[in-house]
Write a protein that binds this ligand. Sequence first.
Ligand code: ARG
Length: 468
Amino acid sequence: MSDKMWAGRFAAKTDERVNDFNSSIRFDCRMYEEDITGSIVHARMLARQGIISAQDQAEIEKGLLSIMSDIKSGKLPFDPTAEDIHMFVEAELTSRIGEAGKRLHTARSRNDQVALDLKMYLRKEAGEIAALMLELEDTVTAIAKKHTRTVMPGYTHLQRAQPITFAHHMCAYAEMFLRDVKKLKNAIDNMDECPLGSCALAGTTYKTDRMYTAKNLGFDRPTGNSLDGVSDRDFVIELAAVISIIMMHLSRLSEEIILWCSWEFKFIELDDAYATGSSIMPQKKNPDVTELIRGKAGRVFGDITALLTMMKGLPLAYDKDMQEDKEAIFDALDTVKLCLVTVIPMLETMKVNKENMVSAGKKGFINATDMADYLVKKGMPFRTAYKITGTLVGECIKRGIGLEELPLGELKKASELFDKDVYDAIDLMTCVTRRETDGGPAPEAVERELAALEARTAQLKEQLTRKD
Ligand code: ARG
């Protein structure tokens, strides 16, 4: 005879290898709090509806609370031979309180139980990631505030293009990260329907109160369809998608930092506490943290690919394939959190080499567009101005000088429209300060952007804490 909770119809014991293969307790044990909380509310509902007695409910609740505190204190280790966290808690409950424990699973299935536990767990984790992202947002905007006048070259194709400021560059990331927080909030908002009560797939004949359990577990309402309730993993994939986008953003920032701390750029220097050395080359200071973040982005994209691929061919409703959802999403959660807690202090402590940014700006003709615009503002058609400036750039390259080093006489030979005010027009700081349209790099424009970012951050912070 099998010794399983589902033993009834089985004559033989499960093969040990199948036991190990089947078991998910190694990783789903992290949802023990959600599992126990869900069970407490489920039992209260059963008692309110007269499905179990008040006495049984009281014993169940007491038993579950003692299990919770024993797990927390380390007194009750997880049994690695248990099938999953749900079976483990239920078996432990019955061994503690006897008969009453066997009534807990009335009008419920592990299928709705696992969907509930996972949704509650992910809702909490998404909130924690959002809090870390808001910290990152503050870090990036604090750096920006210090550098609204730090001129640097902006790039396209990784070629010096036009002058911007380091603040403008940092604010681009602040925009991305704030969008990410908004996406996290949306993902949390979308986890507002409670699957508990869907049971195995077809609901139940007991008169359960799904609205009661939904409300008491922090949801707005129960899921609308019991088949969908147990087979939906959109909320897992949606969160994995948001985390993937966060990782993609972190990876792009990492790539830039890797470039910026190379000798070729030297725009920034990482604090010694956030860099590593080489075992053979004594001069090396390597940006390992950022390289790892860039690498781990690939790992998280693997997680979302696993989730999508696992789900795409599954018939409704629950299939055991879905047990694979947990390791993938847990890995994504752990990875993004690990990256965030490391990247925040790394950014806070990095040194910005303003002089190197400015001198990089002086090479590469990033004021060429401004020279063409100067001629246009004096009446020349843009294409003509573009061509004249291009020719002057060619001449400067030959002589190894910048546009601002060409004497006025020579400029006048290229066009009569040049006057001595051209030197101010193509001065890098002028080029930046004149780009004052909304979203532009001018210090005033960046100040406005920072104020808008701050207001939106405060609003999101408020909305996210209200949700908890
Ligand atoms: N450990 C399972 C999982 O993570 C729980 C649900 C099991 N349901 C079942 N009918 N076998 O998916």
